[in-house]
Write a protein that binds this ligand. Structure first.
Ligand SMILES: *Cc1c(COP(=O)(O)O)cnc(C)c1O
Length: 415
């Protein structure tokens, strides 16, 4: 007889991750994850895998920054590390235009608050040294806005999300970087949803001192493996001069396990924390895969498939308000307005994982992370069309089929 406190074995179904992220982990990554032997964090192949991953990540991200490696965890772990150099009383200007940059703004307010400011409202501090420039949901952060705010405030740090996944908007990275250079601010960028999806190189953006991303969106790895970060020498010397109030998430300490000591690459890492061979194996494979496909090819493929998805949902009467290439954010047709949550719940109940927006206004988000085939995008479109019909909306399958044939080519067999 089983012990009454023991629950049945946990079964988790296979779902179609068609949201803003996590994306469906690539099968190759899962295979390497499962094939990793049991090995401790100082076993030579684990350490070698970390050093190799560090080198591959620099290629994927187009940077010579020595401090480029992975942080154990997800996007917020990398962001927390990136913000660790921001100290109480530091001046910051942060540009927010949705859920995620909003939380980044909160993190910055927590880090830059003095002890008194934090005690006054610890969950939502309002430090006088931090300026939040709020751009309305559905709009992008433009270079002119950044330029104007940095000219006025001359902050030590400036922050922006590259791609704001909450509203599906791409922000002006070049304009942000240029303004940081002009006004001497150190730029910090949330690149959680752009890495591995857009073709961009860190070293083209001289004004940005710190970058943070995640494992489970554009680089097709598993959450809770490694979240990529990269820091310029300027960031590291600033950090060294003033410190950070953390050991586990300290960029200089963490870098040691990746074989980066005193700003130099060394042959193998030294102990910082326990790492797992299976996480290293998964991250390593996701970077190999990204380099094999090529970031530029991937970016092109995302553009193509996103435009098909966009045309298809517009044909269904939806209004698209996003411009990211891994995601469409949309308003439902007039007749279904107000039923966004119901529609999303209906889809999710069938293991079709689309998402609502997480902050106002309520919209629907459909993503194509690691779904870059005609077959996969067609399935997403057809399942969404069926969900609209299930709620009483009208979508002509014949019209959709005509559109898909026109965009993908009639004679091409489904990939
Ligand atoms: C997903 C996302 C995050 C949060 O990342 P987690 O991996 O959930 O910790 C932060 N910022 C942006 C822009 C994101 O898209």
């Amino acid at each position: 007889m089983t012990h009454p406190a023991i629950f049945p074995q946990l079964e988790i179904p296979e779902t179609l991750a068609a949201g803003p992220g996590p994306g469906n982990t690539d099968a190759r990554v899962l295979a390497r994850f499962a094939a990793a032997g049991v090995a401790d964090h100082m076993q030579p192949d684990v350490l070698r895998g970390m050093v190799e991953a560090k080198h591959m990540l620099r290629h994927v991200w187009g940077t010579k920054n020595v401090h480029t490696f992975g942080v154990a965890g997800t996007g917020w772990s990398a962001l927390d590390m990136m913000f660790s150099a921001v100290r109480p009383g530091d001046t910051v200007v942060a540009f927010t235009n949705g859920t995620f940059s909003g939380i980044d703004g909160l993190t910055l307010r927590i880090k830059a608050a003095t002890a008194e400011e934090l005690a006054e409202n610890s969950l939502n501090p309002q430090p006088s040294s931090v300026t939040i420039v709020e751009i309305p949901h559905g709009q992008s952060v433009k270079g002119e806005v950044v330029e104007k705010a940095l000219a006025e405030h001359k902050p030590k740090w400036a922050f922006m999300a590259h791609w704001e996944t909450g509203s599906g908007r791409i922000n002006d990275l070049q304009g942000f970087s240029d303004a940081c250079v002009t006004h001497g601010a150190m730029g910090l960028v949330d690149a959680v949803s752009s890495l591995g999806v857009e073709d961009f190189k860190i070293d083209d953006f001289a004004g940005v001192a710190g970058w943070a991303s995640c494992p489970q969106k554009g680089i097709c790895c598993l959450p809770l493996t490694y979240a990529p970060v990269s820091f310029t020498d300027r960031y590291i010397s600033e950090l060294k001069a003033n410190g950070a109030a953390t050991y586990a998430n300290h960029p200089i300490f963490e870098a040691r396990h990746w074989g980066i000591v005193d700003g130099q690459d060394v042959e193998k890492g030294t102990y910082h924390r326990t790492h797992s061979g299976y996480a290293v194996a998964a991250f390593h494979e996701s970077l190999r895969l990204t380099l094999e496909q090529g970031v530029a090819n991937r970016a092109k493929s995302y553009c193509h498939h996103e435009s098909v998805l966009r045309d298809a949902v517009e044909l269904m009467g939806c209004e698209v308000t996003s411009n990211m290439t891994s995601l469409v954010v949309l308003n439902l047709p007039e007749s279904l307005a107000g039923r966004e949550m119901e529609l999303v719940q209906h889809c999710r109940a069938q293991n079709f994982g689309i998402w609502p927006t997480l902050s106002e206004p309520v919209q629907v988000r459909i993503g194509i992370l690691n779904q870059l085939t005609r077959h996969a995008v067609t399935e997403i479109i057809n399942r969404f069309a069926q969900a609209i019909r299930d709620l009483g909306g009208e979508v002509s399958q014949a019209d959709l089929d005509v559109l898909l044939d026109a965009r993908y080519g009639v004679s091409v067999a489904a990939e």
